[in-house]
Design a protein around this ligand. Structure first.
Ligand code: SUG
Length: 442
């Protein structure tokens, strides 16, 4: 029988990681605006999280950072001249625009795309739709390179179908897998897809549109009997859950979430139970953990991972949480109780991804899940699937090329551009990518 595994493709954190406060509705991003970041520490924290997942016996891949500053975008916006002049002119005319073109936000690969594994699609292929990320300018410029990256890694039309990012900008705002979950008895069986969309709240706008989720489901040839569209609650959105993966996570037969996640909880649970009768809903009651506790601790932005020795439904799962959840007392108590209770969540691992957390990105934001059969995995570019030999050179590359201190004002200095592009150039050599990035082509 063909074996299927979940691969987590983490975003390798890029050399320009900084705190520019670019994401309205993302409270961590707004409150850390102007703080000094540590890109080297950020990238090493991300790699350490990948190592932790590998140590649990899980399959781990990564997506490379995008080239920043986005010179191609700056040129398209009318800044002309040499690369150095472009930075100087943009810094003088619009530091905000420059910051947008410097964001390392492609690290949050949960937003890179939505994926449908082959057991779920009517043509039996794996479908990819890169997210258009239309809600924020700095994120919207990721889509082209994301599409190129996914086509490069999964480059075999016997197995993989690549759709274009959805057209229509904010009218079809799509934030990828951060608002999508898959329930299944085992990874290789036909799964049930949960698409969570939003309507604007009183305080914050919703990024994911219902019609975008519907278009992705159509493109991916999903069975309507195994597809559910659920509206996120405005309470969650206004508390700072700009993506649904801040208040819930699905894995295998488990849906782990806050009771105030959905606009109509009872109707949502009824449809989930009807379409996925095997589901076990593990819920945090608001009187034990508030929405505000969730946003501060990122309890539900944990990775819920089926451990490899667990075979059928109800297999053992580990919860990989950020250390912020360990230090929040009520949250830690709830996690301990959840692990002690009779459900598949039996192991708890805390990892420090603080540099990313301070921009609103926890462990689950940092990874894109791709369920692949062994044959499909063998057809992917192996440079992007980690093992002990491949991860060391990435750590060494970070040590060689990254700064340990970056303030948003430093983005004005063309020297940062030179360092960052030199780093990306070196990475393309490690990954045998050739001239992959825009700056290498123009
Ligand atoms: O889109 N932060 C990201 C965080 C994404 C988290 N992803 C998931 N929940 N899946 C965002 O808001 C902040 C960048 C800055 O402010 O410099 C940022 O883009």
């Amino acid at each position: 029988m063909t074996d299927f595994h979940e691969y987590n493709f983490d975003g390798l954190i890029g050399p320009t990681h900084n705190y520019a406060g670019l994401s309205f509705g993302n409270i961590a991003s707004a409150s850390n605006k102007g703080a000094v970041s540590n890109p080297k520490e950020a990238a090493l924290q991300g790699l350490a999280k990948m190592r932790a997942a590998m140590a649990l016996g899980l399959k781990q891949g990564f997506l490379p950072p995008q080239d920043r500053p986005a010179l191609k975008t700056l040129r398209a916006l009318g800044f002309a001249g040499t690369d150095k002049q472009i930075i100087e002119k943009a810094a003088a005319a619009s530091p905000d625009l420059l910051a947008n073109c410097y964001a390392a936000s492609s690290m949050w690969t949960a937003n890179a795309a939505t994926i449908a594994p082959s057991p779920d699609t009517s043509d039996g292929k794996v479908h990819f739709t890169p997210a258009n990320l239309a809600a924020n300018f700095h994120r919207s410029i990721e889509a082209d390179t994301t599409a190129r990256t996914l086509r490069h890694i999964f480059n075999d039309d016997r197995f993989f179908v690549h759709h274009a990012p959805l057209p229509g900008g904010v009218h079809f705002g799509d934030e990828g897998a951060a608002n999508h979950g898959r329930l299944c008895e085992t990874h290789g069986e036909k799964g049930v897809h949960l698409f969570v969309y939003g309507e604007d709240g009183d305080r914050f706008p919703a990024r994911q549109k219902l019609r975008a989720s519907q278009a992705v489901a159509r493109n991916h040839q999903l069975d309507p009997d195994k597809t559910i569209f659920i509206e996120q609650s405005k309470a969650a959105l206004d508390a700072g859950a700009f993506h649904n993966d801040v208040v819930g996570v699905a894995n295998g037969n488990v849906l782990f979430l806050h009771e105030q996640s959905f606009a109509d909880r009872d109707a949502a649970y009824a449809e989930i139970r009807e379409k996925a009768p095997f589901v076990e809903i593990v819920e945090a009651p608001a009187d034990k953990v508030s929405l505000s506790d969730c946003i501060k601790s990122y309890l539900f932005n944990s990775q819920l991972l089926t451990l490899p020795d667990a075979g059928a439904a109800g297999g053992e799962m580990a919860l990989l949480l950020p250390t912020e959840s360990e230090s929040a007392e009520r949250v830690k108590t709830f996690v301990d109780e959840t692990a002690a209770r009779n459900n598949p969540i039996n192991r708890v691992v805390y990892k420090n991804v603080r540099e990313s957390m301070r921009n609103g990105g926890g462990p689950a934001c940092l990874r894109l899940r791709v369920v692949l059969s062994d044959e499909e995995a063998a057809a992917a570019d192996q440079h992007f699937i980690l093992n002990d030999e491949r991860i060391g050179p990435l750590e060494a590359w970070v040590e060689d090329h990254y700064r340990d201190r970056l303030h948003p004002d430093d983005l004005r200095d063309p020297k940062l551009m030179e360092e960052s592009l030199a780093a990306m150039d070196a990475l393309t050599k490690i990954l045998k990518l050739g001239a992959f990035y825009d700056f290498q082509k123009i």
